[in-house]
Design a protein around this ligand. Structure first.
Ligand SMILES: Cc1cc2nc3c(=O)[nH]c(=O)nc-3n(C[C@H](O)[C@H](O)[C@H](O)COP(=O)(O)OP(=O)(O)OC[C@H]3O[C@@H](n4cnc5c(N)ncnc54)[C@H](O)[C@@H]3O)c2cc1C
Length: 404
């Protein structure tokens, strides 16, 4: 194993693999390390990926991983009202992917670009010199390796420890974390095999939702995300929901997945001397639906440009690398702050209030498209105007909230 890299990327999830590819494309000697023995497995994901991110990542949907075309969603209120969103007409389609294949596909692209991968290798420490990160100390199947680099990219996911080792504050309070639990199931009676189903309600999933993401005519990821502070586990909510749902009577489990989802704002500092954080490690996750693959992929190109310039100028200081944070925040900072605000608003609503909002959409007073806007941090004003006659108290709540 060569011991002198331009960049070492810790973590071969979507963030780390794409960073590896983009860095290698810029002719930087890049090593991507992961503690897993297989890229893409185990998956911790509902596997929903919008077309927007496929395009931004310079990819074309490939049958090896683009498993099911998705043209919309069906939202189900606590009392069972169905709101159908036709996202095709909005130009916002997507896929439920086969993530294991997707990550291997991405990794093959990165390797073709010149990146090297080292698996079954746990990064245990950083090499620090004169206040700069200069590499990593890793355990490769029992052997200790000290690998040196000009820059380290921490793409080590939601439970990131690398940033903290470099002195960055990556503390994630439990209340800002969602706990996700999912079964991939076959024999599922889907409402529409090309639409995601999302179920809301305090007893269904407090602060979150149950999702059914189709992966075929009768195969789906069926999962739930709830607050990390809930007394009950996500699994308890999902099992109870499935028991109460006759449509799943003939379904059975083909895979079990679980994991944490950071539904909070990005970390205050993505960068330090010789190090930067990306993907879930930097909390680049949409805090309303918990999707983080897209932004993780997109960040690869952004950080590679910044690192290339920093290395060429022989200046990998925090000040220089901060350009990555500035670019990312410029693109997503305001939107994600608004999304977080929308989420905090919806958290406060009880089932009756959620039902009242569903009611005005079902009665055609506002378009179902408003729910897509909400996931981008907008649309609360539209709901307030639509609901002002039927539920003035909710409209008042929204107006007060918007003013804050
Ligand atoms: C239940 C659930 C459902 C989800 N559904 C969706 C969805 O439908 N759509 C979506 O876009 N997002 C979804 N997400 C979120 C999405 O999975 C993450 O946002 C995404 O994986 C972030 O990519 P990443 O590369 O930053 O981190 P990860 O994919 O977590 O990759 C981090 C990698 O770092 C490695 N690593 C960590 N520490 C070390 C170390 N010390 N040494 C070596 N390797 C290390 C890990 O093994 C891992 O491979 C979901 C998450 C969960 C938990």
């Amino acid at each position: 194993m060569m011991n002198d890299w331009d960049v070492i990327v810790v973590g071969a999830g979507p963030a780390g693999i794409k960073a590896g590819e983009e860095l290698a494309k810029r002719r930087l000697k890049t090593l991507v390390i992961d503690r897993k023995q297989e890229i893409g497995a185990p998956k911790r994901c509902g596997e929903g990926l919008s077309d927007r991110w496929v395009t931004v990542s310079g990819l074309k949907p490939d049958p090896t991983w683009a498993r099911q075309y998705i043209n919309g969603a069906i939202l189900i209120s606590p009392k069972g009202k169905k709101i159908v969103i036709d996202s095709e007409k909005m130009g916002r389609t997507g896929y439920i992917i086969e993530r294991k294949m997707f990550e291997k596909f991405l990794a093959a692209n990165a390797i073709r670009a010149g990146a090297k991968f080292l698996l079954k290798t746990n990064v245990e420490d950083l090499v620090m010199e004169d206040g700069f990160v200069k590499g990593v100390v890793a355990n490769n199947m029992g052997d200790t390796l000290e690998l040196r680099s000009k820059v380290v990219v921490a793409a080590d996911g939601v439970d990131s420890r690398i940033g903290r080792m470099a002195g960055l504050n990556t503390l994630l309070p439990l209340a800002e974390m969602d706990s996700g639990f999912q079964y991939e199931m076959a024999g599922v009676d889907l409402l529409d095999p090309h639409k995601m189903e999302l179920y809301f309600g305090k007893s269904v999933a407090p602060r979150g939702y149950v999702w059914v993401f189709p992966k075929g005519e009768d195969v789906a990821n069926v999962g739930v995300g709830i607050s990390g502070t809930d007394e009950k586990t996500a699994r308890e909510y999902l099992d109870r929901w499935l028991e109460n749902n006759k449509r799943f009577e003939n379904a059975s489990i083909i895979e079990v997945n679980a994991g944490g989802i950071p539904v909070t704002k990005p970390v205050d500092e993505f960068v330090g001397n010789g190090i930067l954080l990306t993907g879930d490690a930097a909390r680049m996750v949409n805090p309303i639906h918990g999707g983080g693959m897209g932004t993780a992929l997109e960040a690869g190109g952004m950080l590679a440009d910044v690192i290339k310039e920093a290395i060429e100028e022989n200046n990998v200081s925090k000040e220089k690398l901060k350009k990555f944070q500035d670019i990312w925040m410029e693109k997503h900072g305001k939107e994600f702050a608004n999304v977080l605000k929308v989420r905090h608003f919806f958290e406060k609503l009880n089932d009756e209030q959620l039902e009242a909002i569903a009611d005005i959409v079902v009665k055609g007073k506002i378009s179902p498209d408003v729910f897509v806007e909400l996931s981008h941090g907008q649309g609360l004003g539209k709901i307030a105007k639509g609901i002002i006659k039927s539920s003035p108290s909710i409209a008042k709540l929204i107006f007060e909230f918007i003013k804050r």
